[in-house]
Design a protein around this ligand. Sequence first.
Ligand SMILES: *[C@@H]1O[C@H](CO)[C@@H](O)[C@H](O)[C@H]1NC(C)=O
Ligand SMILES: *[C@@H]1O[C@H](CO)[C@@H](O)[C@H](O)[C@H]1NC(C)=O
Ligand SMILES: *[C@@H]1O[C@H](CO)[C@@H](O)[C@H](O)[C@H]1NC(C)=O
Ligand SMILES: *[C@@H]1O[C@H](CO)[C@@H](O)[C@H](O)[C@H]1NC(C)=O
Length: 426
Amino acid sequence: MSALRFIFLIATILTVMTVVTAHNITAILSEFPEYSEFNHYLSETKLDDEINSRETITVLVLNNGVVSSLAGKHPLSVIKGVLSLHILLDYYDNKKLHAISDGTTLSTTLFQTTGNAPGDVGFVNITDLKGGKVGFGSAVAGSKLDSTYTKSVKQIPYNISVLEINEPIIAPGILTAPAPSADVNITGLLEKAGCKTFVKLITETGVLKVYQLAAAKGLTVFAPNDEAFKAAGVPDLSQLSNAELVALLQYHALASYTPKGSLKTTKDPLSTLATNGAGKYDLTVETAGDSVTLDSGVGTSRVASTVLDSTPLCIFTVDNVLLPTELFGKSPSPAPSLSPDVSPASAPAPDVLSPEPAAAPSPFLSPPAPPTEAPAGGPAPSDGPTADSENSNANTNGVDGVRALTLTTLGLVATSVSVMISFVLC
Ligand SMILES: *[C@@H]1O[C@H](CO)[C@@H](O)[C@H](O)[C@H]1NC(C)=O
Ligand SMILES: *[C@@H]1O[C@H](CO)[C@@H](O)[C@H](O)[C@H]1NC(C)=O
Ligand SMILES: *[C@@H]1O[C@H](CO)[C@@H](O)[C@H](O)[C@H]1NC(C)=O
Ligand SMILES: *[C@@H]1O[C@H](CO)[C@@H](O)[C@H](O)[C@H]1NC(C)=O
C-alpha cells in the first residue's frame, strides 16, 4: 500500500514538473523594476512570445533610462529591431562570457531570423576585453564594441540567461529602417509572394478595405498561395454567395498583430475577422518545433512563409485555403459525439489531442446552402450549431481539463505528502 502511494507521489510530482518547464521572460523580468521598460517593450512587440518559444536563449537587458531614451525617438518597429539584436540564440552566462575561445566570437540574434538582415547585421560580436570586461557590438565590420556587460541577472541553466549591458547594441541602418506606414501595399506584397488569386478575391469583394482599416491597429493575414486555390478538394468558390465569400476571406485574417512566435505560444483558438455572433470562425494553432499549422476544423494548413512582420502588420502565406466549419461543415451526421471525448480529468494536452471528428469525404461537392445570406447577422447554417456546440464543449473541456488536472495534481501532491509524513512518523 505505502509503496503504491510512494509511486503515486513520484508520479504526481513528475506531472507537476512537466507542467512548469517553459520559461516566461515577462515573469522573470517582473522581479526587476529596473527593467520594466525593457519588459514592457518585449510584450508590446511580442518578442516575449518569441523568447518563450525558444529553448536556448540569452537576453541582454538594458535599464529603464536607456530604453526610455531609445523609445522616445523611434517608432515601435525600430524598437523591435533593436531589441531583437539583444536576443542571442545561444546560451551565455557569466562563466561562458569569460571563457570565449580566442576571446572573441559572433552570436546569431533574433534579428537574423526576421528575413531583413543583410550581411552581418543580425549578428553580435562578443569580445572578452582587457581587465575582465566583456564588450558587445554589431558584427558589421567597423562597428565599435560600445556596449559593456555589467552584470548577470538571472539564469535557468542552458535554457535562458538574462544579462545586463550598459548601452544598446545598434547595427548600421537599424535606427533608420523605414517604419511601416498605414499605406503598406498589401496587394503588391501578396502578388510578389505568389498569392494573385487571393489578391483578386479580396479586391473584388472589398475585403481588402476591411484589411486596410484593421491594419492600422493590428492585422495578421494568412494568404493562401495560387496553388492552394487549385488544389483538389477546394470548393468551387463561384458557388458561394457574396456574403459567404466575404466571410471566407475575412476568416483568413486576425484583428491583431500576431507574429510567428506568438502563434507558436498560442493555446486558445484564435478569433478571426469573420468571427461574429452567429459563427465562431476560429482557428486552432498546432506547433511542432519551428513549424506552425492552422486547423480550421475542416482541414489544416501549414504557415508557409512570412511575407511581412512589421508591427502592427503581419502577412503570412499558407499552403491551403482555410475552410471554416461554419461554411463547409464537418461530418453531416451527428455521429461525432461518439468520437473519443477528452474527459476533463485525463486531458494531458487538449490542444494536441482535441477530438477531430472525421471530416466528411467531400463536403465541397455540394456546397452548403445556409438558410441565411448573411453570416454576419442571421442564424448560422443548419449544421452550424451542432458543430459549434461540439467545438465549444471540446474547448471548454480542454481548458477546464488543464485547470482541473493542475488542481487535482496539486491536491494529490498535498495528500500524498501528508500521507508520507504520517507514514514516516508512525
Ligand atoms: C530546459 O528546457 C528543456 C526543454 O524544454 C526542459 O526539458 C528542461 O526542464 C528545462 N530546464 C529547466 C531547468 O527548466
Ligand atoms: C508570463 O508571466 C506573466 C506575468 O507573470 C503572465 O501575465 C503571463 O500570462 C505569463 N505567460 C505565459 C505564457 O504563461
Ligand atoms: C569583434 O570585433 C573586434 C573589434 O572590432 C574584432 O577585432 C574581432 O575580430 C571581432 N570578432 C569577430 C569574431 O569577428
Ligand atoms: C500596389 O502594388 C501593385 C502591384 O505591384 C500595383 O499595381 C499597385 O498600383 C500598388 N498600389 C499602390 C496604392 O501603390
